[in-house]
Write a protein of this length. Structure first.
Length: 219
């Protein structure tokens, strides 16, 4: 604004650069966090809900293989988690004026793998639990360390070594890192591919354990 009576001049001050970095970093990590919590909870309720409704015995009586049950139960939720993550990314772009570099396409393409990793983990918890309450408790037991050790809330580099070691196992760590790299640093699809390798390994390990737990239930 121009000079005011008394010789004072007023002008609008934007957010400080450090504040903008903090806001942008938090906004960029919202999509991974939201997809993480939603898909983990959805996966944890799959088989546990079947048992409480009494339809578990009917499912066991069908000639459905463990892999078919895993894919059939989780495929619709993978789509839901992917759409949710893409919507949150779009909202963050509109509200916080985040850049839209070319790596966003690779980020969206990686969302199904990221959502599937947490859905498979939830399926494993559901296969091990005796009730929905137990499945939800298991999901929360994994959810809280993911929030604290992934770099979402606290700088990852400032954590002690043992915390970083655990954090490197968590899919949320790698997708937060990829999202911030693409949206805040302008990095391309290479960083997304690099960070998705540990997520894929996590998904394979969780799938192996989930199938084993499901087959044990069948026996």
């Amino acid at each position: 604004m121009g000079p005011q009576p008394g010789g004072l001049a007023l002008r609008r001050l934007g957010a400080a650069p450090s504040a903008r970095r903090v806001i942008g970093s938090f906004a960029a990590a919202r999509a991974p966090r939201r997809t993480h919590s939603c898909t983990l909870m959805l996966g944890a309720l799959t088989l546990a809900r079947e048992r409480e409704r009494g339809t578990w015995e009917a499912l066991l009586a069908t000639p459905v293989e463990a892999l078919d049950a895993l894919v059939g139960k989780l495929a619709p939720y993978v789509l839901i988690g992917t759409l949710q993550g893409a919507i949150v990314l779009g909202i963050a772009r509109l509200l916080f004026d985040l850049p839209l570099p070319s790596g966003v396409a690779a980020l969206c393409a990686a969302l199904p793998l990221y959502a599937g990793a947490h859905l498979i983990l939830g399926f494993l918890l559901s296969a091990l639990a005796e009730s929905q309450m137990q499945a939800m408790q298991g999901a929360v037991f994994f959810y809280l360390p993911s929030m604290l050790l992934s770099g979402f809330m606290f700088p990852f580099e400032g954590m002690p070594g043992w915390a970083r070691t655990i954090g490197e196992i968590l899919p949320l760590t790698h997708f937060v890192r990829a999202t911030r790299g693409v949206l805040l640093k302008g990095e391309g699809s290479a960083v997304v591919g690099h960070e998705m390798v540990p997520v894929a390994l996590f998904a394979l390990a969780a799938a192996s354990l989930a199938l084993a737990a499901y087959r044990r239930r069948l026996d």
